[in-house]
Write a protein that binds this ligand. Structure first.
Ligand code: DX5
Ligand code: ZN
Length: 219
């Protein structure tokens, strides 16, 4: 699995060191949680902060927009240095149009599903995206418990992606640790967001490696 650490639970007064910490774990990208206080009951950061941390690492920026109107800021996130731009299927921007704009600006478009949204809701967009993000907690806060009932959704998405011969990553986000990562990898996930488990780990590099080894034992 690829590892995309979420910096949501990091110390924002020490962003430079926290980005270095993420790099030292051997992560594949950095997961950036953008919250607008409307789509989710929390606020985090936006394009100006992302632009400032962009020069600190060469790792791709995997930006998760928990916003009601993500379409309004697509150009700003491109300028700030986002590589993957995830918009929620439950948002109020036109999905297809917004994904096309994301691609036109050179980023990888991605759709994200809240726990109550079925796999089928993403099917019409599978040929437009490079990644589908399956939330395994209710979005808004780090440190929540993994919802195992999301595993059939991951399986359904993987089956449809493979049936259509598409190369689309499935990313999981929320309550991921080496054990839940393994379960999601077996269901067909290929990218793991890890927040609190990584930042609270005694051996972050070892934990990162255990997550990255998930899926390898699969036939
Ligand atoms: C939740 C965010 C997640 C979160 C993950 O709304 O999308 O990325 O920070 O944190 P953990 O791994 O602690 O659940
Ligand atoms: Zn996230």
């Amino acid at each position: 699995m690829k590892l995309s650490p979420s910096i949501l639970t990091c110390d924002f007064a020490r962003l430079e060191q926290e980005i270095a910490f993420v790099e030292n774990t051997g992560a594949d990208m950095v997961h950036l949680d953008v919250m607008d206080g409307v789509f989710v009951p929390n606020l985090s950061f936006g394009p100006p902060v992302i632009e400032r941390i962009r020069p600190l690492t060469r790792l791709p920026f995997d930006v998760h927009l928990m916003m009601q109107y993500p379409g309004r800021l697509v150009d700003a996130f491109a300028k700030a240095g986002a590589d993957i731009l995830n918009i929620h299927l439950e948002c109020d921007s036109p999905i297809g149009e917004t994904l096309d704009r994301i691609r036109a600006l050179g980023m990888t478009p991605a759709v994200t599903l809240k726990p109550a949204t079925p796999a089928e809701a993403a099917f019409p967009y599978l040929d437009k995206v490079g990644l589908v993000l399956v939330m395994t907690v209710e979005p808004g806060f780090g440190g929540q418990k993994f919802m195992a009932d999301m595993l059939p959704k991951i399986q359904a998405l993987r089956a449809e992606i493979d049936r259509r011969g598409l190369r689309v990553e499935i990313e999981v986000d929320g309550g991921i640790n080496p054990e839940t990562a393994r379960q999601t990898a077996q269901a067909g996930a290929t990218v793991a967001v890890v927040g609190s488990a990584l930042f609270n780990a005694e051996d972050p590099r070892g934990l990162a490696q255990r997550v990255q080894a998930c899926g390898k034992e699969k036939k």
